[in-house]
Design a protein around this ligand. Structure first.
Ligand code: ACO
Length: 381
């Protein structure tokens, strides 16, 4: 092994052969099992998209109806898990709560052998159905409110909204939330999906596999960026301040990174950002555009002139926060929403990894000391 073998961040190193999603980072193309994500966001629903990712093909009407029923049946969580959620510190981040409760969910549904296809499918449905329930429960209990039980008569997106706010969403809000879940459902070998595959490769339980992926998604360089974008827009404060804010940041640090911009694979605007922006435009068509949306538009315009040559453009997180904020969703619940969508992709990768699994065990280039002497503690200064 030499230094030339080393690729920081494993850039361009294939870590798996996968048939789940395809990205062309120069053409702003993203497909789930061959179907463009823009079409899915417009025409499909999260349940159908999750099936497509997990099974490889669009479901028949019966398959979708059965899958939907399976999910609705598995939304409820054990009363002891609700108690556990109530005991979590209200100051904790919802992603911390999600990681802890995903692992805990597995303790109520032990699944330590991953060899049975029927049991694996049951676990996949339970995780897909259960994560929105725990996210909504923590979002409420930390404010001193009782968790709201899921409603089996509502679809996935509408039920999540209902468990969060205690009221049904309008048809337009349901559609926006559903489209956001579809857009975030899968994105090939990103950090959290890689984490899921590495954990899956040890034959860990699906609950622990997904809990590991949740931890990976939480960082500000990955899924946590959507929250950071909104905090940044709030700090900028007004469209007129964008240029001076950026000038000041760049004067302090010429390598300053604007949250929500840049991507390892896309060297043009992320197609998901384009769809999210269309959704935002649609939502704001009949009302005044929110201030944060105006700031984001101005920031995109100004940064295109500075970073465009490097291929740094808005990614999925740039507009998602503005959309979620306009739905009334608290800022620190943005990344958990990303997680309840991405879990479809993680589970698809979990199942794919198990098929012909080999444990991940990469190499390293050793740069430490050799032959160091062991000096007894009492002889050290
Ligand atoms: N703002 C300004 N410049 C940027 C940004 C940014 N957000 N992102 C990258 N650049 C510049 C870098 O400074 C670097 O410039 P240089 O060649 O002059 O040194 C060049 O673009 C390449 O950047 P890297 O950091 O090497 O790109 P990498 O592929 O390692 O990182 C990442 C990708 C982590 C997404 C990065 O763009 C970033 O930190 N963005 C901000 C955080 C963010 O939005 N994350 C969400 C990503 S999408 C997702 O995970 C869901």
């Amino acid at each position: 092994m030499t230094d030339s073998d080393y690729k920081p961040g494993l850039e361009d190193v294939p870590a798996a052969k996968s048939a789940i999603s395809f990205i062309d980072g120069k053409r702003a193309q993203l497909e789930y099992r061959g179907v463009p994500v823009e079409i899915l966001a417009r025409e499909s629903c999260f349940e159908e998209t999750a099936w497509l990712l997990l099974k490889g093909d669009l479901p028949t009407q019966k398959e979708l109806a059965d899958f939907d029923a399976d999910l609705r049946e598995r939304r409820g969580i054990h009363f002891r898990l609700k108690d556990l959620i109530k005991c979590l510190p209200s100051t904790g981040h919802p992603m911390e709560a999600l990681q802890a409760t995903t692992a805990a969910l597995g303790m109520f549904h032990p699944h330590r052998q991953v060899t049975c296809a029927t049991k694996n499918w049951d676990a996949a449905c339970r995780i897909l159905a259960g994560l929105p329930t725990v996210v909504a429960a923590f979002a409420r209990t930390r404010r001193g409110e009782e968790p709201i039980d899921p409603r089996p008569d509502l679809d996935h997106a509408a039920n999540f909204y209902y468990m969060l706010f205690g009221k049904e969403p309008s048809a337009a809000t349901r559609k926006v939330l559903d489209a956001c879940l579809i857009l975030h459902a899968e994105h090939e070998m990103n950090a959290s999906t890689f984490t899921a595959r590495v954990t899956a490769s040890t034959l860990a339980s699906p609950y622990q596999t997904i809990a590991a992926a949740v931890g990976s998604l939480s960082g500000p360089l990955h899924g946590g960026a959507n929250e950071e974008v909104l905090l940044m827009l709030e700090k900028i404060g007004a469209k007129e301040n964008v240029q001076s804010w950026l000038d000041e940041k760049l004067a302090n640090d010429p390598k300053f990174k604007v949250m929500g911009l840049g991507h390892r694979v896309y060297k043009v605007k992320d197609p998901r950002a384009t769809v999210l922006q269309e959704l935002a435009e649609h939502m704001f068509a009949e009302s005044a555009r929110p201030k944060n949306y105006e700031i984001a538009l101005e920031l995109e315009r100004i940064t295109a002139g500075i970073y465009g040559a490097k291929g740094v453009y808005p990614n999925v997180d740039f507009y998602s926060g503005v959309v979620y904020q306009s739905l009334g969703i608290p800022t620190d619940v943005f990344t958990p929403i990303f997680a309840i969508a991405r879990v479809a992709g993680w589970l698809a990768h979990w199942l794919e990894q198990l098929n012909g699994n080999r444990i991940f065990r990469p190499a390293q280039i050793f740069v430490g000391k050799a032959d160091a002497a062991y000096v007894p503690l009492d002889k050290r200064p």
